[in-house]
Design a binder for this molecule. Structure first.
Ligand SMILES: C=CC1=C(C)c2cc3[nH]c(cc4nc(cc5[nH]c(cc1n2)c(C)c5CCC(=O)O)C(CCC(=O)O)=C4C)c(C)c3C=C
Ligand SMILES: [Fe+2]
Ligand SMILES: [Fe+2]
Length: 326
């Protein structure tokens, strides 16, 4: 990495998981994910790269079919770049925004090289996972620290590693839920189903704050929807261990058995559309809901580059800049 002329701007580095940008990228993306011992430990460390390749090969055909059904790739890169662009515009002079994807492109190395080329030495690393988990934000931060260590330049770095209870985040969720609810008539019959990404129970047992933070987000949102029935479930299990319960699929069956007919699913724990909103909820669960007899099954739109959400990110950045003595 070679540095450019010195800049007094601050880099805002958006940390996200990333997703395959073509069908050919699905298998190598999965290899990167299953090689990461922060998200999943499989066997002894020295064997994990080999096991990761075997698992990726085994899963890739089905995953490719799913990505094919949502347009042949993950939309995460475009959506995250749109967030970066909107945030940079809102923050104005003094800031430049960059994107670092944990398992695909642009990688953390790519992002840091771009920051260095612009001669910037101050970074605010903003994780786009609202709820902290060792598996997600923890992994991205660990990767950033490794890359920073190898960069041969010293950066001043401030981390924003959670915003599950930030009023601006709750505002953005409320707005999207109201948008979703607008499609229901009569409103009185709708129930909300918060669907958070699942996590192996072993993370929670080891002290991961993810579940408590998810519950707190739900509590804060529901303060604004007095009297609306709501439920919380967990989607996207990815292996044969004990995951958080109930699963979203189990919850659908339970609600159908209790004569619930109208459901608005609210995705939590990811702020942008990706395979798990566009395929798992919109295609898989929608089909399941139809079979179970739901008359109406819809999803609240993802936050993506909603101005309310971008305003929340800008506030987080400005707060962090003050903390850092900006
Ligand atoms: C291996 C175990 C996994 C854990 C633990 C896990 C936690 C977790 N993941 C997200 C958000 C995303 N996951 C995405 C893709 C994805 N995740 C796993 C596995 C684990 N996730 C796999 C195998 C995949 C690939 C897709 C698939 O085969 O299902 C993505 C990117 C999706 C895209 O559009 O490409 C996101 C985002 C959270 C929030 C989380 C725990 C809190
Ligand atoms: Fe997942
Ligand atoms: Fe995941």
């Amino acid at each position: 990495m070679s540095g450019g002329a010195k800049s007094d701007k601050t880099a805002v580095l958006l940390l996200q998981m990333g997703g395959p940008d073509s069908l050919d990228a699905v298998e190598p993306f999965l290899v990167n994910l299953f090689s990461d011992r922060d998200i999943i430990k499989i066997g002894p460390a020295f064997l994990q790269p080999l096991i990761a390749r075997l698992i990726a090969k085994r899963r890739s055909r089905k995953a490719e079919r799913n990505y094919e059904e949502i347009g042949g790739k993950s939309p995460l890169r475009e959506l995250t770049e749109a967030q970066a662009q909107a945030l940079e515009t809102l923050l104005g002079d003094g800031y430049r925004c960059f994107v670092a994807m944990r398992y695909w492109k642009p990688s953390t190395i790519d992002a840091l090289a771009a920051i260095k080329r612009e001669g910037i030495s101050r970074i605010i690393a903003l994780s786009l996972y609202p709820h902290y988990s060792r598996a997600t934000t923890g992994s991205s931060v660990n990767e950033l620290k490794r890359v920073l260590g190898a960069a041969g330049v010293s950066f001043e770095v401030v981390y924003i590693d959670r915003f599950y209870n930030h009023p601006g985040y709750i505002d953005a969720l409320e707005e999207k839920i109201r948008e979703g609810l607008a499609a229901f008539h009569p409103l009185a019959e709708v129930e909300l189903l918060f669907s958070a990404h699942s996590l192996p129970q072993s993370f929670i047992d080891a002290g991961d704050p993810y579940l408590d933070q998810i519950k707190e987000t739900v509590r804060l949102v529901m303060e604004r929807f007095d009297g609306v029935p709501y439920h919380l479930a967990f989607q996207s299990r990815a292996g044969p261990v004990k995951w958080l319960e109930p699963s979203t699929e189990e919850m659908l069956a339970t609600l159908a058995a209790h004569d619930c007919k109208s459901l608005l699913v609210v995705p939590l724990s990811f702020v942008s559309d990706h395979i798990e909103t566009l395929h798992e909820i919109d295609i898989q669960y929608a089909m399941e809901a139809h079979k179970l007899g739901f008359a109406r099954f819809l999803r609240a739109p993802s936050l993506n580059d909603s101005p309310t959400f971008i305003a929340c990110l800008a506030e987080l950045v400005r707060q962090a800049a003050t903390t850092a003595g900006d």
